[in-house]
Write a protein that binds this ligand. Sequence first.
Ligand SMILES: [Ca+2]
Length: 454
Amino acid sequence: MKPLHLLPFLLLGSAIQAQDTFTVGNTTLYATDLVDDSQIPWELVWGGDDMLWCSERKGRVIRIDPSTGEYTTVLDLNVTFSGNGEPGLLGMVQHPDFPEDPRVWVVYCDGQFNVSEHLSVFEWDGSALVNEQELLTLPGYQIHNGSRLLWLPDNTLLMTTGDAGEPNLSQDLESLNGKILRINPDGTIPADNPFGESLVYSWGHRNAQGICLGPNGLVYSSEHGQSNDDEFNLIEAGRNYGWPDVQGACNTSSEQEFCAEWNVMEPLAAWSPCIAVNGLEYYTHEAIPEFQGKILMAVLGGLSAQYERMTVLELAEDGLSVVSEDSYFSSFNQRIRDIAVNPYTGAFYLAFNGTSYPGSPPNIIKEFSTSNPAGIPTPVVRPLALRPIPASGQVEVSVTEGAIGGPLSVRDMSGRLVLESTVPSSVFTLPLEGWPTGRYIVWTAVGAADLLVD
Ligand SMILES: [Ca+2]
């Protein structure tokens, strides 16, 4: 019996190009550059308009189409920015009902010598953020300005602030620096704040640059330590987190005295020397079971730039302790500033801040997806893989190196040889036009696989 199809009819697939795939347990992640010319991405937000929003330290807010990476600039503020400092455009949230409620809250610093930090609310008019209304101003500095924003379930807003380089402000309840503030959407003080007529929600913070809601509505924050004791904290109303009198756990005699007097909350986890902990996301999607129910934490790597990574924290069932820690993506050797999650696909996005403090290029926003985006060939995970199954019209064949140049044959279930050829490359397309519906067996030097033709 003559084979029905011969090699000249094979459509060659594209050669495997530079591709980034990562394995997390049993899950394969495909990495693609979504935006490669960001101006120091700071906050990544999955928008209620199903677009990815990004604040950039140099002053822009960009709105990115997550399916193409194309973006438009929707806000361009004149902010404090110097290559050696930390201020600029920082935290950002949309109203929880965005875009029906078109408001977006943004934190930024202005002034070159006397830096101020502002919380403002803007309105989205469909193409730009307009009608700025300033809600709050506090002292800023060239370092330690925070600032992340988070909605609580009661629609009050938490804002982390830094100590603006003056550690004693963190223990001063009259100062808004070195705190986590709780604010009504219009900037007023919620009636049930823990210190009465004060925006202060928790105090004794140095420079918290990550905050998220975890299981059971618990609030977690990441906080930069000085040189030791980066912290992962559980945030509770009215609690003192110790800075500058306490770093990390209450484990020296002077710290123990201070902690007893001020009921200091110890961190759930701490890292020494500092790794520069940043943006937090509580990952709940089933797309990556290895991350489901865990906290994703962006890590900048500190001055030494050798710890850059995404850290994954597993919490105890009650959320009150950290039981394990894994880390990923240190191979990029780039500082990771923030994380956002696509609620539909479970893909996540990382904002990279270059290779050294505080934001040298490249500044890239990458997507990590469990689905294979166009342009990235299927990775060969089995010696011989066919997709899709069932196939009609054509099937894509992937083989490991040992099969290339070796025999390729296909038989139907009665053992009849329907194709005899040679494997041309690691990925190629086999045309199936005219093949009767049914089951076939594909043979190569590295193994066999079932082919279902529809
Ligand atoms: Ca300590």
